[in-house]
Design a protein around this ligand. Sequence first.
Ligand code: CU
Length: 164
Amino acid sequence: MPAPTALKFAAVLSVIAAVFIPFAVFAFDPADAEPQHHTKHYEQSIFKMTDKGRYSVEVMVKDKSLKVGVNSFEIILHDKDDKDVVGAEVEVVPWMPEMGHGVFEKPVVKERGGGVYSVENVVLIMEGRWELRLNIRKSGTEDNVTFDFPDVKSSASMHFLLPK
Ligand SMILES: [Cu+2]
């Protein structure tokens, strides 16, 4: 026979369970449990989620790398239901985090439709580690993502072009 205190304890536990488990079940929003529908669409892309999880971003760049000089590539945007993101304003800022500088030329972003945005005139001026910092604005919201290119190479550095 269990001791009476153990019985009381068990009874209290059942009451607690009876009271709280239904709430726990109702508080459980099935939407939270759904797997994120962000999928990578292009095998050759570099895939990342934006900081707030609003978009998946795929960068389609030759050899998955950038080079010193003029680069162009495409960005593909999907929302969290895996739908193409059209009508977004995309800003691309190349940045050298260890040296604290960007570039002189402004990258030119053009929307191509179907969630595709082309980025041209990305002019990297020296070898080393570069970031592409993306800012995506749509319908009054904004989200960011940074792509890391740890080893941008060239035959000739153009660092001499930087202001003294
Ligand atoms: Cu630099």
